[in-house]
Design a binder for this molecule. Structure first.
Ligand SMILES: Cc1cc2nc3c(=O)[nH]c(=O)nc-3n(C[C@H](O)[C@H](O)[C@H](O)COP(=O)(O)OP(=O)(O)OC[C@H]3O[C@@H](n4cnc5c(N)ncnc54)[C@H](O)[C@@H]3O)c2cc1C
Length: 468
């Protein structure tokens, strides 16, 4: 295990680390707490962690930066109002649906040529383009400076004016789409150039921050550091951006620190278990050279990873670590059994040809509803019916995805011995040898996910494994 001095550790955290000779990590003291006793530590620091730098920036009320009082002027200006959205299903099925009455609409307005002229004229005064900040910004939340520079052919960008409160007396709105790092006086002129916001007053101004992150390739799938065993890292400190990304990692790091303290098996979610598994596998395998955001497109199994089936998909893991209410787990297990039995019954219903029975086929028709069919079991609950309908409506697509995942799992099962001398495999490209030697993937599938390792390299490795 490499030795890390308390001074290094303190430099990394901004706090004070104590290291005892025989302990992997003795403790850490943060700005707000004294030394954390024992050898477990979950680091959730967002900013100023020594390493590489990324940038976040925002503009407007609520989310952190500028807030404007603007709702009346937007309402009167004729800019487009959006209907308040209604949620059909909740992300977390244990929580009741919230009341969606008394919602206030968001408004849609846009930047103007004048707004873009103001940004261009003051680019050199902005933190992002003036040289004060050098880190890479979040690709998917570009600042207005970025939009004006990178999409210079566009003369306008959307701005969603989002009320911050149901209380009309609290006249705060978040102009979503106007994040920037311009000086305050320029921000005032800029926001007044947007239709509907001509009279807006600022409650807080936009800003940009630059933060350092720790290379997540040094982490285990439990988010425990390989360099500092006993320290678990979660959130922006691992190079991600976003609330959900931080929350997901916080859950895994926290659960695993607790399991470690209880001397129990760790909780590891795979890429096919959950999006959390995809996020962590991406981070620890590939690292990241820009703020990492989770997208459904990053998952191989995105048809199977759905919010409606999370309670069934993660049932056993949740039970094992005691993460869900036992009554809820029992209810989920009962529904899962009902669904499996009903699918079995429908698949084996009478039919004239090979393959699923006639009742199953009837449900495969687009728009077919289970309860409207004569063979429906009236005792099934709505959640079970939903699973049965999804199963049959999308079964062709699920099959295709299953086939792809089977191929992936076969590659996952092909383990790469840790002692491979990649530099001795002449048929590999030199860049790939370097990358493979650095990451030391555990499986062929993990090797395939390393950026810069090509399908041809994987074919070479596969032959190498076969011959070995
Ligand atoms: C202006 C702005 C707008 C954003 N908008 C969005 C958005 O709309 N949607 C979205 O998904 N994401 C958004 N993000 C990104 C998102 O906020 C972050 O990625 C996320 O909050 C990171 O969470 P975290 O827990 O990793 O870090 P943080 O939320 O930064 O938490 C780190 C915590 O550690 C504490 N800390 C630091 N050092 C010490 C120390 N030495 N001792 C004790 N405590 C310490 C800090 O005080 C803080 O409470 C935005 C970010 C910014 C800056």
């Amino acid at each position: 295990m490499p030795m890390i001095s308390p001074a290094d550790a303190a430099r990394w955290t901004g706090g004070t680390w104590t290291r005892l000779p025989d302990a992997p990590l003795a403790g850490v003291s943060t700005d707000s707490r004294s030394v954390t006793p024992g050898s477990l530590f979950v680091a959730l620091r967002g900013e100023r962690f020594d390493g590489h730098a990324f940038v976040e920036k925002a503009f407007a009320a609520g989310a952190a930066a500028a807030s404007v009082s603007s709702v009346p002027s937007v309402c009167d200006s004729g800019v487009e109002a959006g209907a308040a959205v209604s949620a059909r299903s909740m992300f977390h099925v244990e929580h009741p649906y919230p009341s969606l009455r008394n919602r206030r609409p968001c408004y849609l307005t846009h930047t103007t040529e004048e707004s873009h002229r103001i940004v261009s004229e003051h680019l050199k005064d902005s933190a992002l383009y003036g040289g004060d900040i050098v880190g890479t910004g979040a690709r998917y939340c570009p600042s207005l400076e970025d939009k004006v520079v990178k999409f210079s052919s566009r003369t306008s960008h959307h701005v969603f004016v989002e009320p911050e409160s149901l209380d009309p007396a609290l006249d705060l709105a978040y102009p979503n789409g106007l994040s920037c790092s311009l000086p305050r006086d320029v921000q005032v002129t800029l926001i007044h150039s947007v239709p509907g916001l001509e009279d807006a007053a600022f409650r807080a101004f936009a800003y940009a921050i630059e933060y350092d992150f720790y290379d997540p390739r040094d982490l285990c799938p439990t988010l425990e550091s390989r360099l500092l065993p006993g320290a678990f890292f979660a959130g922006q400190v691992n190079g991600t951006t976003g609330y959900e990304e931080a929350a997901a990692q916080g859950l895994i790091a926290g659960v695993n620190a607790a399991l470690r303290a209880l001397e129990r098996e760790p909780l590891v979610l795979s890429r096919t278990d959950a999006y959390i598994g995809v996020l962590i596998d991406d981070l620890i395998t590939k690292g990241t050279d820009e703020p990492y955001r989770m997208f459904t497109s990053r998952a191989e199994r995105r048809l199977a990873l759905r919010q409606d089936n999370a309670r069934f998909r993660l049932l056993e893991k949740a039970r094992r670590v005691g993460l869900a209410d036992p009554a809820f787990l029992a209810d989920s297990a009962r529904i899962a059994r009902d669904v499996a039995a009903e699918i079995e019954r429908l698949d084996h219903s009478p039919g004239d040809s090979a393959g699923p029975g006639a009742w199953a086929r009837a449900l495969m028709h687009p728009g077919a509803r289970y309860r409207a069919l004569p063979f429906a079991n009236p005792n099934l609950c709505n959640d079970a019916v939903e699973q049965i309908e999804i199963h049959y409506h999308y079964c062709g697509y699920f099959r295709q995805e299953d086939e792809m995942v089977r191929r992936m799992e076969a590659a996952e099962a092909q383990r790469l011995p840790p002692d491979i001398d990649y530099f001795a495999i002449d048929a590999l490209r030199y860049e790939s040898r370097e990358r493979l030697a650095k990451v030391r993937p555990a499986t062929l599938a993990q090797a395939a996910r390393i950026p810069g390792v090509t399908p041809a390299d994987i074919a070479v490795l596969s032959i190498f494994l076969h011959r070995r």
